[in-house]
Design a protein around this ligand. Sequence first.
Ligand code: NAD
Length: 322
Amino acid sequence: MISETSTEKILVIGALGQIGKELTEALRNKYGKERVIASDIREPDFDNAPHITLNVLDKEALISCIREHEIKVIFNLAAILSAKGEENPQMAWQINMDGLLNSLEAARETDISRIFWPSSIAVFGPGSPRQNTPQDCIMDPNTVYGISKLAGERWCAYYTEKYGLDIRSLRYPGLIGYKGAAGGGTTDYAVDIFHEALKSGNFTSFLDKGTYLPMMYMPDAINATLRLMEAPRETLKVRTSYNLAGISFSPDEIAAAIQRHIPEFKMAYGPDYRQAIADSWPQSVDDSAAQKDWNWEAAYDLESMVKDMLLHLRERYKAVGA
Ligand code: NAD
């Protein structure tokens, strides 16, 4: 059980990534530092204890880790993201698929009570409705990342139905946060733009004007993840992955929102191969199932997110003297 009163141990796989860093911190703040074991294939360059180096593709090492630390809950965030995945489809498939299957098999062989595995809006494709994309509709992803997430969702439902595991999942939109670097996705421009607005005052977006995508501020994503993981099992009707909506905006809209704080900021557009990926994804998603089943509601809109991002990044750059 994942709750403040429980003593069960939690393992975060992929804890050094954009989401992993923030999720690990939030879990430690909520449930206690020693209860949350961080792990990643990489070594941390900061004090992240308790941390172990672990390759999710090594199932035996994963099982030993679960047994040794008496882990009961897993958050498996290790993945190759959309843009990076197109550069090496075989590797993306292997890490995304075998990594998930290893964590599901390890859970079956041990005593894991709950698993979180994130999916993405990339499960949708050119045949899916692009506005207010429903929970269930045609899904024809045409990136290796999207194909791996759609297959992964089906595996999650399969292991839940067939083996009684309790696997929970969210279709995250593009996530924007100030604590970690973006990890090679199609929505990374919406993180990088803030850094360049403060550092150089110029930014060239790899997505064109008018390219609307579903996005979310990281505190909302972390909040949604914790709420989903704490929800009583019987309330959850979706055992593939829940649509999750935050804010939908285009590069020109976020640039205008930044210019309201930094009037001299200049934006240019140089769309590259990521434009075709963005054009195959929804512009907004319908998350009424999440609202109904576990009372989901996002807190941030574009204006409040931009204000908060700039505030924190300014503090960070000031602290390092940049
Ligand atoms: P990221 O690339 O920033 O982090 C992934 C982490 O996994 C990295 O620290 C990496 O070192 C680690 N990793 C890679 N291969 C590994 C392996 N074999 N064993 C152990 N660790 C390994 O990604 P992120 O943005 O933090 O995304 C986390 C999850 O959320 C992924 O499943 C991703 O698909 C999903 N997601 C992210 C976004 C987003 O906007 N960031 C949107 C939708 C879904």
